[in-house]
Write a protein that binds this ligand. Structure first.
Ligand SMILES: Nc1ncnc2c1ncn2[C@@H]1O[C@H](COP(=O)(O)OS(=O)(=O)O)[C@@H](OP(=O)(O)O)[C@H]1O
Length: 399
């Protein structure tokens, strides 16, 4: 079964188990927790805004957090509390207060798409809400990466962010140096050098254009690679006992950035970690292709998974256009999003002919993700239909 080798969860004030980052403990709070808590954990750029918007606007018993009046509106507002993946951890009481209007018959939803790829977030959520329902939407990792790069370009401008191919190459090198690229290599014709093996130097590769000089001894799991990775500061190397509110930013190092264009698409390895902490019947995995092609069916399936009444879902609201935010520049993207009339969002492609320009890098990425995707489909087959997963990803993009 998928549940073999699971360790028991311990009380709230402790790290959930010894494999979690030593800093990933959740403080106690006297504020009552919502009875039914659900997390839409990612993946970023996989239609999570559409899914969240439709659920909370069309189902009377699925609720977002209530934002404090004085809180500055930002993109995606109440959808993304951004709580469990940061260090230092902000006030757990404030987090819980934001859901205090949610009744026992209702489901409270935190839809922060950064949680999925950060093991510490999974640890903290498991410690605070062991009964939570966990939903992941997965999109073709190549177009997910491109969509993220495009968003970063629009939001951040061209300052720090390099061209897509440069960003991808830099990250692949970094992942390989750390033994965290999760690739299987064909060395001198010998198939199948597995993760966890001892071969550190690779002389020949089938992995396409990005030069492969050496690869650090591969690590065996997502948690091995990113155990103490926190979104705000990279890898935490500070004291074990951080009290709430303590500034630990100086204790962090930036082995990896929070962005992770490539890393975020290695879904199977992330899901395997969540499965260590949550029983499979509390988890649902949706193929973005399904969300695109049959959104009403997906909504019904999610509502049922949340143990809410599908019959209470109201009909789709009239949407004036498609869900593309047009005329968006970095300065007005926030305003455009807040005043949107559509559900979800899609940004215009920021660089003309970008897909043609980066065709080679996109092709490389399709081959890079082949092993991980294969492993994902195997996991889903083993898990069975109760996972919610159907089909596979496209194997190339269509211009
Ligand atoms: N109904 C539906 N089905 C499938 N896909 C959809 C849907 N609605 C929006 N989208 C696409 O979702 C992309 C944005 O994803 P997210 O909302 O998860 O982005 S974010 O992480 O919140 O920034 C965004 O992708 P890009 O257009 O490539 O940027 C949208 O096109």
């Amino acid at each position: 079964s998928l549940q073999e080798h699971k360790l028991p969860l311990v009380s709230n004030a402790q790290p959930v188990d010894s494999r979690c980052c030593y800093a990933a403990n959740v403080p106690e709070s006297s504020v009552e927790r919502p009875k039914n808590m659900a997390f839409l954990i990612g993946a970023q750029k996989s239609g999570t805004t559409f899914l969240f918007d439709e659920l909370v606007s069309r189902h009377p018993r699925i609720k977002a957090q209530t934002l404090r009046k004085d809180r500055k509106l930002r993109i995606n507002g109440a959808k993304e509390p951004h709580f469990f993946h940061k260090i230092p951890l902000k006030s757990f009481s404030s987090y819980l207060y934001s859901y205090s209007k949610v009744t026992d018959e209702e489901t409270a939803m935190d839809a922060t798409p950064d949680y999925m790829h950060i093991p510490s977030a999974a640890c903290r959520i498991a410690a605070s809400f062991p009964g939570a329902k966990i939903i992941a939407v997965l999109r073709d990792p190549v177009m997910r990466a491109f969509s993220q790069w495009n968003m970063m370009k629009i939001i951040q401008g061209s300052g720090r962010l390099k061209d897509f191919d440069v960003e991808v190459e830099r990250e692949i090198k970094n992942l390989r140096n750390e033994g965290c690229s999760f690739e299987k290599f064909d060395i001198n014709g010998h198939e199948g050098v597995e993760r966890g093996g001892t071969v550190a130097r690779v002389e020949r590769s089938q992995k396409g254009k990005i030069a492969l000089e050496s690869v650090e001894r591969p690590k065996t799991s997502w948690n091995d690679c990113f155990k103490c990775f926190f979104f705000s500061c990279g890898t935490y190397r500070g004291p074990a006992n951080t009290s709430e509110g303590e500034d630990v930013s100086s204790s962090c190092r930036y082995d990896f950035s929070g962005e992770g264009l490539v890393r975020r698409g290695l879904y199977v390895h992330q899901l395997k970690w969540w499965l260590e902490l949550f029983p499979e019947d509390q988890m649902m995995v949706i193929n973005h292709e399904q969300l695109k092609n049959d959104p009403e069916r997906v909504l019904d399936d999610v509502i049922a998974f949340l143990s809410q009444d599908v019959a209470l879902k109201t009909s789709m609201k009239e949407i004036s256009q498609d869900n593309t935010l047009v005329n968006v520049s970095e300065s007005n993207v926030n305003a455009a999003f807040i005043h949107k009339e559509a559900s979800g969002w899609s940004l215009p492609i920021s660089e003309e002919h970008a897909l043609e320009k980066y065709a080679e890098t996109l092709r490389f990425l399709y081959s890079f993700y082949e092993d991980a995707n294969k492993e994902l489909y195997q996991l889903m087959a083993q898990w069975g239909t109760s996972s919610g997963w159907k089909g596979s990803f496209p194997q190339s993009y269509i211009l």
